[in-house]
Design a protein around this ligand. Structure first.
Ligand code: NDP
Length: 318
């Protein structure tokens, strides 16, 4: 495993991390979930990403059980706050001081840890003054319950505003967590330049576009059984954007390129996001331990500029 520093901070995380959205506490049974966590640990992954809202808190509990007994200093545990996890009362959502403090304490209990390494604002909250949010994060940092602070899917402007306040309050704001993969490159235009300016890294989610970049979804063919696209518990809804024939036809063009590079399609996709120097880690998801074993081999892989150009050409217009 290779490690990269988060932003300008001293914190290193594994360049491939493991996340449990849509899987643990939902699509994937406990035993299989624990096998995936074990596979990630065995492969040298030290960074684990979750959120209170995943499977309505159950995903954090699964991860807490999976990491119990590990040497805490060898792990980086990441979670998030924003969405309601149960009743939808007026204080159950967003980035108010009340919701942040209550959510943080509940997450620590479920994760069976005294602190999280990175606590992330899952989205921007336009209804709460930014200084209220940042002071709440600062207090968690001073209390030692949160070591570093991050955000998720913030725009360039939001990152710039957040970073200015973080400097004032002495908060280590070190990362943004956006979707980024060869089919979804939105962050390259503004978010990455703003993050570089402000000293944040990207920890990117859905590096294989939820499975689409493995090539297992074929144009004009039925969805593979047991795949996320057929998961009625929520997965199917989120993946549909990528499941159009014109996208799948272009993805199929990557097959000879992966073979040429001696990589599987999933490995090529994960390696692709890691070529961006502002990306500190690619968070992979997995429904089976074999997927972890396969995808983690993208760590440390360098893709030649000629291959990157061919990928651009194959996917042009997607
Ligand atoms: P991926 O793009 O890695 O997709 C993972 C899914 O793809 C697996 O669950 C599996 O689904 C399929 N897959 C993985 N490897 C293979 C393989 N080798 N062959 C075939 N199929 C494979 O990432 P996710 O979309 O799961 O996101 C990863 C993490 O990012 C999340 O767990 C979460 O931590 C974070 N995230 C954060 C968000 C945010 O708003 N901040 C939003 C979304 C995710 P299956 O087998 O069921 O088809």
């Amino acid at each position: 495993m290779e490690f990269r520093r988060l932003g300008r901070s001293g914190l290193s995380i594994s360049e491939i991390s493991y996340g449990n959205w849509l899987t643990h506490g939902s699509q994937v049974e406990e035993e299989q979930a624990q096998a995936c966590i074990k596979a990630a640990l065995d492969a040298g992954i030290t960074t684990f990403d979750t959120a209170d809202v995943y499977a309505n808190t159950a995903a954090e509990s699964v991860l807490g059980r999976g990491l119990a007994g590990q040497r805490r200093e060898s792990l980086e545990i990441l979670t998030k706050v924003y969405w309601p996890t149960g009743p939808k009362g007026p204080n159950d959502k967003g980035l108010s001081r009340k919701h942040i403090m209550e959510s943080a304490h509940a997450s620590l209990r479920r994760l069976k840890t005294d602190y999280v390494d990175l606590y992330q604002a899952h989205r921007w909250d336009e209804t709460v003054p930014l200084d209220e949010t940042m002071v709440a994060f600062a207090d968690l940092v001073r209390q030692g319950k949160v070591l570093y602070v991050g955000v998720s899917e913030w725009t360039a402007e939001q990152i710039t505003r957040g970073a200015a306040l973080a400097r004032e309050l002495n908060i280590p704001l070190v990362s943004n967590q956006p979707e980024y993969n060869a089919l979804w490159r939105v962050i390259e235009a503004q978010v990455v330049p703003a993050s570089e300016r402000e000293g944040l890294s990207q920890i990117v989610f859905s590096p294989i576009a939820q499975g689409v970049l493995t090539g297992k979804y074929k144009p004009g063919q039925p969805l593979p059984e047991g795949s996320r696209a057929t998961d009625e518990k929520g997965g199917a809804r989120m993946i549909t954007n990528h499941l159009r024939d014109e996208v799948l036809e272009r993805v199929a063009k990557l097959e000879p390129l992966a073979a040429e590079a001696g990589l599987s399609m999933a490995q090529l996709a994960v390696a692709w996001v890691l070529q961006n120097p502002n990306v500190a880690s690619a968070i992979i998801g997995a429904s089976r331990p074999e997927q972890v074993h396969e995808n983690v081999k993208a760590a440390g892989v360098r893709l030649e500029p000629e291959l990157l150009a061919k990928i651009d050409e194959a996917l042009d217009g997607v």
